[in-house]
Design a protein around this ligand. Structure first.
Ligand SMILES: Cc1cc2nc3c(=O)[nH]c(=O)nc-3n(C[C@H](O)[C@H](O)[C@H](O)COP(=O)(O)OP(=O)(O)OC[C@H]3O[C@@H](n4cnc5c(N)ncnc54)[C@H](O)[C@@H]3O)c2cc1C
Length: 423
């Protein structure tokens, strides 16, 4: 007979021990929410920052600047000191029913049936295969996550000369890791008219790393039988192709949420982010299941994910105390050039989104974006923001622009008005 142990019944199950999950757990435990259990499939808790071994973490949540690994350790310390239990090497593999998940860990397979669940499973970069880049299938082709795992967690060598595909913040992080591993970043390739990262990063990166950026370009072929030898690059406007010698290629950015569990549960997904559809209280479509971090906005910085965790904890506490879910809300929709907005539902009596910001992703540069909010044919708000909208990083919009929205009206469209697209 197949004997299955009785399910664990914590008050809250947090799936994913990255900045979002750990901060949610710390806040929940600190506020006396009973047994808070965090599970993570990795050997150690901390999420992506464990292997992002450079500074720049913790500014908004901790008001200090730490390296990724130090930041990860700090968040683990806060969660455990507050009383949360963390189980690593423990993967949630699916759902047994609406309230119960299947888990595999060092003690075998078992089930967890919490009173509330927080999905904080993060996002990953699309690997080469998912980007449909043709050519050979040699060694030496990575995503940034794979590269940093190899270098910082497994201390393994990479090649000697690399091409980086993408010009986002994470692409510069890849450049730093390559340099640390003794591999020269030789070229960065971006499809946009300029690297997507902040101008300051691009200028510093170009100067300090002496890394040229091939803009309006894409990789059309990977060349090499056993080991990568070169990549072929095409200029998007002229169609001119050239071959660049390299033994390492790093595909950066192009994020997809780790949404398999949400999808497996039949939770509604947003067609823009491909993460769970959430309201400003970070509820998903399944009662008692919440979501936070890069799973719902692929991707923002670690401190923003952590502050999502703090925000969701308060909503989970309301849920545990029996506060009913508010009435249906209105849908927030992104209009071009925006690809997505998060969160996507505004309900009456709900709190403002985390940090009082809506997060959006743009497909083109706009230097002086005039954001417009429209509902049922009328303009609810229009405001020119002082910061540009740029591909490859989240564009943050004050949630106060939604103040005039009717929560009983039609969908709310967030777009740009009359703004000039910068090349
Ligand atoms: C290369 C790189 C460099 C970066 N540099 C910076 C920087 O300098 N500063 C900064 O602020 N941000 C930086 N970021 C962004 C930052 O790392 C992320 O924003 C942050 O880690 C997101 O936190 P999260 O908790 O949402 O997800 P993650 O950190 O991705 O954590 C998700 C966790 O969920 C776990 N998980 C997933 N599925 C399951 C499952 N089924 N069962 C159990 N566990 C599961 C994963 O193992 C993982 O540990 C960088 C990101 C990258 C990739």
């Amino acid at each position: 007979m197949n004997h299955r142990p009785a399910p664990l019944t914590p008050d809250v199950l947090v799936i994913g021990a990255g900045p979002a999950g750990l901060t949610a757990a710390a806040e929940l435990a600190r506020r006396g929410s009973g047994h808070v259990l965090v599970v993570d499939r990795e050997q150690r808790a901390g999420g992506i920052p464990r292997h992002s071994d450079h500074t720049g973490h913790g500014v908004r949540d901790l008001r200090r600047v730490l390296s990724g690994p130090a930041y990860a350790r700090h968040l683990v310390g806060l969660a455990t000191a507050a009383g949360a239990e963390i189980r690593t090497r423990t993967m949630v593999t699916g759902w047994a029913d609406d309230d119960t998940v299947d888990v595999t860990g060092p003690d075998g397979r078992y089930r967890i049936r919490p009173r509330a669940t927080v999905l904080a499973t993060g996002a990953r970069e699309r690997p080469r295969a998912a980007r449909r880049v043709p050519g050979d299938r040699p060694d030496g082709v990575y995503t940034t996550g794979q590269l940093q795992n190899l270098v910082h967690l497994h201390h393994r060598p990479v090649g000697t000369r690399a091409v980086i595909v993408g010009g986002e913040l994470v692409s510069w992080s890849a450049a730093l890791t390559l340099r640390e591993a003794g591999c020269t970043p030789a070229l960065m390739v971006s499809q946009y008219p300029r690297a997507e990262s902040y101008a300051a990063f691009t200028a510093a990166g170009r100067t300090l790393l002496r890394l040229p950026v091939a803009t309006r370009s894409r990789v059309t072929r990977v060349i090499g039988t056993d080991r990568c030898r070169a990549v072929e690059i095409e200029h998007l406007d002229t169609g001119r192709r050239r071959t660049v010698a390299c033994d390492t290629v790093v595909f950066t950015g192009d994020w997809i949420p780790d949404h398999e569990l949400a999808r497996g549960a039949g939770i509604d997904l947003d067609p823009g982010t491909l993460g769970p559809l959430t309201d400003t209280a970070l509820r998903t479509s399944r009662p008692g299941v919440f979501a936070a971090g890069n799973l719902i906005h692929p991707v923002d910085t670690a401190d923003v994910a952590a502050l999502d965790g703090r925000h969701v904890a308060r909503q989970v506490i309301d849920h545990l105390s029996g506060r009913p879910r508010p009435a249906e809300g209105v849908r927030l929709l992104a209009e071009a050039p925006f690809r997505w907005v998060a969160p996507q539902i505004l309900r009456p009596t709900d709190p403002a989104p985390a940090r009082g910001r809506l997060l959006l992703w743009t497909d083109s540069f706009v230097r002086l974006p005039k954001v417009t909010v429209r509902q049922d044919g009328r303009t609810v708000a229009r405001r020119t923001l002082a910061w540009p909208a740029a591909p490859g990083r989240v564009f943050r919009v004050p949630a106060g622009l939604l103040d005039g929205v009717s929560t009983t009206g039609g969908p709310v469209r967030i777009g740009l008005d009359g703004a000039r697209s910068g090349a």
